[in-house]
Design a binder for this molecule. Structure first.
Ligand SMILES: Nc1nc2c(ncn2[C@@H]2O[C@H](COP(=O)(O)OP(=O)(O)OP(=O)(O)O)[C@@H](O)[C@H]2O)c(=O)[nH]1
Ligand SMILES: [Mg+2]
Ligand SMILES: [Zn+2]
Length: 394
């Protein structure tokens, strides 16, 4: 086609397309231009194409799409939970953002979850998750607490100061590995650390290949190393104790002070629990980042695989112990103890591994006991209700 004629048609169809659809989304408009050039796509297909692009930017993946029936694909609107409060959630459809009240009839949901809305924007159902971070609720509560859902990568942030703690990092690694997300250790406050390399080496001394980056959360240039994880549509959760710089990192990536931050306590380098709710924020250059409140306590439950992945080295050694139920303490021919003696394995790492295993099995046992009690109580209520209905009917 002649270049001048092409641009005339292009302009004309683009203009008609804009009037015809009367949609303000630029993506829809652009798709319409493509559509006119392709010539045989229907308006509804066209809308789906554009909407699909917006959803993809919001983290929509084939795994979620596959869960929709044809009817649901026609009738329902997928939406992602981007913020969560005590009695309501904020969801985004890619085009719109809306608040929904949390009702007792709804399943337990968390930021990052995908849900379906009907045409009246009412909750229809929760889609199955790709990944989910869970911990036992803090304190004495016998309950699992969801931290976030459908996360691809977790930035485990730890500052290079007195608050740095390998045991805590291993705890986070177990949680992230259990969920099947990719962990990346971010060592923050590189501008204040005397010797960042020492901290990096401590992480590298943990088993296997672990991605580790030393960053200054206040500097955009320093965060350029994170680009490989910030792809369009990928979801990154920022986890770590209070005061390590999670919200500062989010603000620097965003290029504005959206999340509140505050200084740490001088005496012990601990934070002030500034962030109190979780929010999933779309970055301009791609990726969605989830700021989370600093976690005081990450009690592991239902996390056996996550611990096994995090401590693969110890599990491999344990497989060579003489006794299959070896506790790696004083048993003869214990490969784990042998590795400690030769310096191949650090005593701290073994102690943490055993501690996490004990904690995990204690928490998982009490949670499953609680589930069984709840189930029995549920059955009892159902039976009583049925009996009283029967009596009334007589
Ligand atoms: N110098 C320096 N200061 C930092 C860095 N990262 C964070 N800070 C400072 O550390 C303090 C705590 O940062 P926040 O971003 O509020 O920490 P947070 O992890 O979000 O804390 P919570 O919301 O309480 O969980 C703030 O004063 C930040 O300015 C860094 O890399 N370098
Ligand atoms: Mg914060
Ligand atoms: Zn052993």
């Amino acid at each position: 086609m002649h270049p001048i004629r092409f641009s005339k048609w292009y302009f004309l169809f683009s203009f008609i397309g804009h009037l015809y659809l009367k949609r303000d989304s630029i993506e829809t408009y652009n798709f319409y231009v493509v559509y006119r050039k392709m010539g045989n796509v229907t308006k509804s297909e066209l809308y789906n194409m554009s909407n699909h692009q917006l959803l993809a930017n919001l983290g929509w993946q084939p795994l979620f799409q596959q869960q929709l029936s044809l009817d649901e694909w026609e009738e329902c609107i997928p939406a992602r939970i981007i913020e969560q409060y005590r009695s309501e959630i904020t969801v985004s459809t890619g085009e719109n953002t809306l608040n929904l009240p949390l009702l007792p009839s709804m399943p337990e949901m968390v930021v990052g979850d995908w849900i379906l809305l009907n045409k009246e924007n009412r909750f229809t159902r929760l889609l199955e998750r790709k990944t989910c971070f869970v911990r036992k609720a803090s304190g004495t509560k016998l309950k699992e607490q969801l931290i976030s859902a459908n996360v691809d990568t977790a930035f485990i942030v730890s500052s290079m100061n007195d608050d740095f703690n390998l045991n805590r990092i291993e705890r986070f690694l177990a949680l992230v590995n259990e969920a099947g997300a990719e962990p990346v250790i971010l060592l923050s406050k590189s501008d204040l650390a005397k010797s960042p390399q020492d901290f990096i080496e401590q992480i590298q001394s943990l088993h296997g290949f672990i991605s580790v980056e030393s960053v200054n959360c206040l500097s955009k240039d320093s965060l350029l190393t994170l680009q490989p994880w910030l792809n369009r549509g990928s979801t990154i959760a920022v986890l770590g104790s209070s005061g390590v710089g999670k919200s500062t990192l989010v603000n620097t990536l965003l290029g504005k002070e959206q999340q509140a931050t505050s200084g740490i306590r001088e005496a012990d380098s601990k934070g002030r629990h500034t962030t109190t709710n979780r929010s999933l924020i779309t970055l301009k250059d791609g990726g969605l980042i989830l700021d989370t409140p600093g976690m005081r306590e990450i009690q592991l439950a239902d996390c056996k695989d996550g611990i096994a992945t995090t401590f693969k080295d110890i599990e491999a050694l344990a497989a060579q112990c003489q006794f299959s139920d070896c506790q790696h303490q004083t048993e003869p021919n214990c490969s784990v103890q042998y590795a400690i003696e030769t310096g191949e394995l650090e005593q701290r790492r073994l102690d943490n591994y055993l501690k996490l295993l004990r904690e995990e099995s204690r928490n998982s046992a009490s949670l499953s006991e609680r589930r069984a009690t709840d189930k029995a109580f549920g059955k009892f209520c159902k039976r009583t209700l049925e009996q009283s209905k029967r009596l009334k009917g007589q």
